[in-house]
Write a protein that binds this ligand. Structure first.
Ligand code: ADP
Length: 474
């Protein structure tokens, strides 16, 4: 079973959000199951080649794009755990300057420069395959970045696309795509004068899957389908949902070197030191009786800031500490900054940056984690939080529905609210304050979260089965 996993992000080389974590953890899990799987990504400017040694294996491969011949180089590295080969495509003009995305919040902005990056990446992958001795049977595509690959790939390759977020689609004016690719217009399925990369993936991939069972159902509805629900409906029999896992070796409170003190479910009291020291570095009052609410992630509408900020406004009299780590939509950054200036009992620490080490300190020191998403294909932060003993406060949607169990259930591991509105979230926040006073109850929620199996084991098997289905269709 030979598989090329094509991704726009890959941890730790170039991480923005959950896609990077999945790209770094799913292939090794499949490798363990016996797949010869390799990953290919652009060699972005931000990738630190001193930290991640790489070797040039192909140079000067020609790629036609925008009517010109461009040269690319191929580098080879390996994932830090030594398991899976990583190919990196270098091209100064289109791929190798700066970070991953051109938009602040990792959404697809749909402009020409973005198409130049990911459209060029797509055609470069195909050129590389013509020059590489190793040949995959399957090309595993991910999200809009690689949306045109299933359409453009020669038919001897089987294709599968995983949708990590349907809201980001790579929607480009027809002329942009046609002038760059020199392809017959008829092969595309334009809509309102635009070619939509993710739509092409949905219509052309051998199989399609998304990252939780609940989201796989939700995206067939108008509410969550982001305008592609009808296209997905036509592929319903080839569409499935597979819950993401976590790299449980990397996200492990027993061995994590980024946290202040290691701990486990059998030694939860050692966790307290992480909280105390987190309070210290954030400039909060060091007090174990004040609960910390954490958030790590992109500041986007998806993550629920339109209800979170007003709900927090209602909590101003409460003795609570909030820490936010993330960046994105400037509007939310401003609103949060305005909130932080209010001199009330609530204290808030704002960290508008990417900081993988601080993220781990927040997971291990927070009491609760804020996940009030408007929609959530899978969501990793609630799983990482639980693994580190922080109790998620989550809206019942997508992957949150499949992973967070409400505190009233026997094996509850979080606080779940139904509706995407301020009132429901506010009630959940108040419930958290209440539960914080009931130490026994809180401990049970923490332990249930820490004991849950968030490994890739089961889900990797399901991907393996999809690969088999692609190679041996019934
Ligand atoms: P999404 O994929 O929608 O961005 P997920 O919850 O699936 O959200 O995954 C987010 C991942 O990115 C987690 O591993 C989280 O810790 C990490 N992350 C997001 N923003 C930051 C940040 N500013 N600093 C460090 N890690 C971050």
């Amino acid at each position: 079973m030979k598989v090329l996993f094509v991704s726009g992000e890959l941890a730790p080389f170039a991480k923005v959000g959950g896609l990077a974590d999945v790209a770094a953890a799913l292939p090794p899990a499949l490798f363990e199951l016996g797949a010869d799987i390799r990953i290919i990504i652009p060699r972005y400017g931000i990738i630190d080649s001193e930290k991640y040694p790489m070797e040039k294996i192909l140079s000067g491969v020609e790629v036609e794009f925008k009517g010109k011949k461009n040269k690319i180089n191929l580098f080879q590295a390996v994932l830090p755990d030594g398991s899976v080969t990583v190919y990196l495509i270098e091209n100064e003009r289109y791929l190798s300057k700066g970070g991953v995305y051109l938009s602040e919040d990792a959404s697809s902005c749909g402009n020409e420069a973005e198409f130049e990056r990911f459209g060029f990446f797509t055609v470069s992958v195909l050129e590389i395959l013509k020059n590489l001795e190793w040949q995959p049977q399957i090309i595993h595509c991910n999200d809009w970045h690689t949306g045109l690959l299933p359409l453009l790939a020669p038919k001897n390759f089987r294709t599968i696309t995983t949708i990590h977020n349907l809201a980001y689609q790579g929607r480009y004016r027809e002329e942009i795509v046609l002038s760059a690719l020199d392809k017959d217009k008829k092969i595309f399925h334009p809509k309102d004068g635009h070619i939509i990369a993710l739509r092409e993936a949905i219509l052309n991939s051998g199989l399609i899957n998304t990252v939780s069972l609940a989201y796989a159902k939700e995206i067939l509805t108008e509410e969550f389908g982001c305008g592609l629900e009808k296209d997905l409906e036509t592929r319903k029999k080839d569409l499935s949902g597979i819950l993401n896992g976590l790299d449980v070796n990397l996200f492990n409170p027993e061995t994590d070197t980024d946290i202040f003190r290691n701990f486990s479910v059998n030694n939860i009291s050692a966790r307290e030191e992480n909280k105390a020291r987190l309070q210290k570095i954030l400039g909060f009052t060091e007090d174990k009786d004040i609960p910390i609410f954490g958030f790590v992630g992109r500041l986007t509408e998806q993550k629920g800031f339109d209800i979170l900020i007003p709900a927090l406004e209602e909590m101003l009299g409460e003795n609570m500490q909030i820490v936010i780590l993330g960046f994105g939509d400037k509007n939310y950054e401003e609103k949060l900054t305005a909130f932080a200036r209010k001199n009330f009992a609530v204290k808030i620490s704002l960290n508008f940056k990417f900081d993988a080490e601080l993220a781990q300190k927040i997971y291990s020191g927070s009491d609760f984690f804020l996940v009030p998403s408007r929609f959530e294909p899978c969501g990793l932060i609630q799983m990482i939080a639980m693994r580190y003993g922080a109790v998620p406060i989550a809206r019942r949607t997508g992957g949150l529905r499949d992973t967070v169990i409400n505190y009233i259930e026997p094996d509850g591991n979080g606080i779940v609210f139904e509706k995407y509105d301020i009132k429901d979230l506010l009630e959940a926040l108040k419930k958290a304050m209440e539960i914080y006073q009931e130490k026994e109850k809180l401990l049970i929620l923490r332990k249930n979260g820490m004991a849950a199996d968030f490994s890739w084991r089961k889900s990797a098997m399901k991907y393996f089965e999809l690969y088999q289905k692609l190679i041996f269709p019934r």
